[in-house]
Design a binder for this molecule. Structure first.
Ligand SMILES: Cc1cc2nc3c(=O)[nH]c(=O)nc-3n(C[C@H](O)[C@H](O)[C@H](O)COP(=O)(O)OP(=O)(O)OC[C@H]3O[C@@H](n4cnc5c(N)ncnc54)[C@H](O)[C@@H]3O)c2cc1C
Length: 352
């Protein structure tokens, strides 16, 4: 007996989870399939930071992305009865006068109003040294493992979740889509970095980046803010601190390395004198689905329009995915245009 569904979603990282949520909210039927291995979403810190790098550049389209993210995470918190997004300022430790002047300049620019406060020379905190500092607002972090677990239970209750790996050869494309006993109208690939190996979408210009992250225990009082010193430290409850993340296009595997651990501890040591009293509890590594043009990959396969992709959110999934998931769901259900449509690569990258 075949089971007709609207969408077969492959992958339950943050991308597959939020997209499934949006499609179900629009009364469409989905089946989400995931093998339940570790993934980038489970180990990521989930930090939302609208201002990137030491030039302090505001993300494009932030006026859409941030309200969509806040609204969706609050809605999910209400539905699941637990906190999803923890709003907390970010303390930027500025290493020199040049960085301090950059922030001073931003303070005078209209788009940056409200994003910075308290910029001054000197230390903001006893344990963290810096030449100068600035506080950023509209920052915080998503409690990703908890959110993914809640969305998975929600899907299970609706009989819309299967723990399995989808072998590409088991997916029938013609005369109609079929996988196992499911006959979906569409298949949406939300596979994170494994999308780069997908036979229908591997022609897209992925630029994967490995990231490593540490969980540390300490016995010192830590601030409530996220601390950003090029890398970041995220104080959690029970004297835990998450520290990350490395970023490398080399050795694209999910194995933690001694070199990355030392690099993260070394960077922390340059701003905090107590690092050698901290204990490392956990060390994780995974791969970010970054893209060469820094835009996500949304849209349809050029020959098989019932095969779609929602991927390529790189290092910023927590901020970008809520708005893009809404737009993607709108595009497939109401036939509007996809933002960041992969059509931009049809001519140059798709093999004829
Ligand atoms: C160390 C590190 C720190 C990070 N920190 C942050 C941060 O602070 N803030 C932020 O916004 N982002 C951060 N990121 C990036 C973030 O992790 C990604 O943007 C996001 O998690 C990607 O989600 P995804 O759903 O696309 O991929 P994933 O979370 O990797 O999920 C893909 C899923 O698809 C499944 N899958 C793949 N192939 C198949 C198949 N054939 N059949 C069935 N299932 C399949 C996989 O098993 C997996 O569960 C970080 C990443 C790393 C590595």
């Amino acid at each position: 007996m075949s089971r007709p569904i609207d969408y077969l979603i492959i992958g339950q990282g943050l991308a597959g989870s939020l997209l499934a949520w949006e499609l179900i909210s629009r009364n469409h039927s989905v089946m989400v399939v995931d093998p339940e291995h570790n993934n980038a979403s489970k180990i990521a810190a989930g930090i939302i930071n609208p201002i990137a790098g030491m030039r302090f550049v505001l993300a494009d389209e932030i006026e859409r992305l941030l309200p969509a993210a806040r609204q969706l995470y609050q809605h999910l918190a209400d539905v699941f009865h637990h906190e999803v997004f923890v709003a907390t300022p970010m303390l930027r430790l500025l290493p020199n006068e040049v960085a301090y002047q950059h922030v001073q300049q931003r303070l005078t620019q209209a788009p940056y109003q409200g994003y910075f406060s308290d910029c001054a020379r000197g230390h903001a905190l006893a344990d963290f040294q810096s030449y100068a500092y600035a506080y950023q607002q509209h920052t915080g972090y998503v409690l990703l493992p908890k959110l993914l677990a809640s969305i998975k239970s929600f899907l299970c209750q609706r009989d819309s979740y299967l723990s399995a790996h989808v072998d590409y050869s088991s997916l029938q494309i013609t005369p109609q889509l079929r996988w196992q006993n499911f006959t979906p109208k569409h298949v949406i690939f939300c596979e994170g970095y494994l999308g780069a190996e997908n036979p229908w979408f591997s022609w897209l210009p992925f630029q994967l980046a490995k990231g490593e992250i540490l969980s540390l225990r300490h016995d010192r009082e830590q601030p409530k803010t996220i601390i950003n010193y090029g890398h970041w430290a995220l104080p959690l409850q029970s004297q835990h601190l998450r520290v990350g993340a490395t970023f490398s296009h080399q050795c694209l595997n999910t194995l933690p390395t001694a070199a990355a651990k030392e690099a993260l501890l070394h960077a922390l040591r340059t701003v905090n004198a107590h690092v050698d009293t901290f204990t490392c509890l956990q060390h994780d590594a995974h791969i970010r689905p970054c893209t060469r043009d820094k835009q996500p990959f949304l849209g349809r396969h050029p020959h098989h329009s019932q095969l779609l992709i929602f991927n390529g959110f790189g290092a910023k999934g927590s901020l970008y995915m809520p708005w893009y998931a809404q737009q993607f769901a709108k595009a497939v259900t109401q036939h509007t245009a996809f933002p960041a449509d992969i059509q931009r690569f049809y001519d140059r990258h798709f093999p004829c």
